[in-house]
Design a protein around this ligand. Structure first.
Ligand SMILES: [Zn+2]
Length: 374
């Protein structure tokens, strides 16, 4: 008796979980999972392949951390019935109190038997040599995104020259038409950003405008390629041991070659101000998911400052040696000692002293474009 009852419960759960027999029901099920923050239920609704397999799991994990009780998922323009159809996913949610986000993106839906699954964004592949370049399949974007292809090897060379690490040939780059759409594809809790990379995910970016779009693209690409290369050098499973501030510091250390003189100067002045009195202990900037948005700018500026100090004081290879020491030891004191410092706090103190001597000491409050690329 008892064993039959136990058998019945999983059967019931399975039939409930696979009830989405129309695209409308699929949208409703995605929405319910997003509203309740039920990551596992969300994942059951997916057909995830390629980099979307990692991206979708991370998207679901974000819902688990930060449920979106106001989220509305709707599909429109659903293609003719077949095993794989195109549709538009119209998403709206209140990301922060009083701040409603609304995006629409082309997506793929799959029908297996009677059951529909969500397959992520509809993308168009573009020729890009050894890399994989994809553009969100909205009118005009694939043509514009072709401009990225010739810059990929240039950005990869910049990473190799600066840090001595190679960019994996398997790198995948996805181009989006705007920051809100990009962020909506990463995590509903994420503020709009112009570039993105996490281990195992595609590099995601928005085509920059401005007077010198190629330079801007190289800035974003070299920043995101650095994340990819540093994660790969650290090794799977160990990449998460690197503190977030160090990841961003290394990425900006490479990308600053493409900063405008104004952006470089403003960053220098700002971090000199932090060193004097506004410094956030780096131990509070270790985990991206635990750092409030208002503190993000410190992770970038202080991370870069520490990397610049190391390159200056200990040689060009010192920043990567620190990253690999973090990957090896998994803790800050051990990593700092591997480079000859007494402790991590010794290293942090020396960075602040160096900054105060280097900087003009003028603190300004501008958050320039440098913080746009996560
Ligand atoms: Zn970054």
């Amino acid at each position: 008796m008892r064993s039959r009852l136990w058998l019945l419960i999983p059967l019931l759960l399975t039939s409930l979980a696979s009830a989405q027999t129309t695209p409308g029901e699929l949208a409703g099920a995605l929405q319910a999972a997003a509203r309740t923050g039920h990551a596992a239920a969300y994942q059951k609704l997916l057909r995830a392949e390629g980099t979307f397999a990692v991206e979708a799991v991370n998207f679901a994990a974000d819902l688990g951390r930060m449920p979106q009780p106001t989220a509305v998922f709707q599909f429109s323009d659903v293609g003719v019935n077949g095993p794989q159809v195109r549709a538009n996913l119209n998403l709206s949610w209140e990301r922060q109190p009083g701040q409603v986000s609304q995006v629409s993106l082309p997506v793929k839906l799959f029908r297996e038997g009677e059951v529909w699954h969500y397959g992520g964004e509809a993308l168009q592949a573009l020729p890009a040599g050894q890399y994989s370049l994809l553009a969100l399949d909205v009118p005009g974007l694939p043509v514009q995104a072709a401009a990225v292809a010739p810059l990929l090897s240039q950005a990869a060379a910049r990473v190799r020259e600066t840090l001595g690490v190679g960019v994996p040939n398997a790198a995948t780059v996805k181009v989006y038409p705007g920051m809100a759409v990009l962020s909506a594809s990463v995590a509903l809790s994420l503020q709009p950003v112009g570039g993105w990379n996490e281990p195992g995910e595609a590099i995601k970016l928005v085509l920059p405008g401005g007077a010198n779009p190629d330079q801007e693209l190289l800035r974003v690409l070299s920043h995101e390629f650095t994340h990819l290369s540093v994660s790969e050098a650290a090794g799977q499973g160990r990449d998460k041991r690197l503190p977030w501030w160090l990841h961003e510091g290394l990425a900006d250390f490479v990308a600053r070659a493409y900063w405008t003189p104004g952006a470089a100067e403003s960053r220098r002045e700002r971090v000199a101000g932090y060193a004097k009195g506004d410094w956030v202990p780096l131990s509070e900037l270790v985990d991206f998911n635990a750092v409030p948005e208002s503190q993000w700018k410190y992770a970038y500026a202080q991370g870069l400052a520490l990397v610049e100090f190391l390159a200056n004081a200990c040689g060009k290879d010192a920043p990567m040696r620190l990253a690999l020491a973090f990957a090896e030891t998994g803790e800050a004191d051990g990593a700092a000692r591997a480079l000859g410092f007494a402790s991590f706090s010794d290293l942090e103190t020396q960075v602040r002293t160096w900054l105060m001597m280097r900087g003009s000491g003028v603190a300004i409050n501008s958050d320039t474009a440098e913080a746009e690329s996560r």
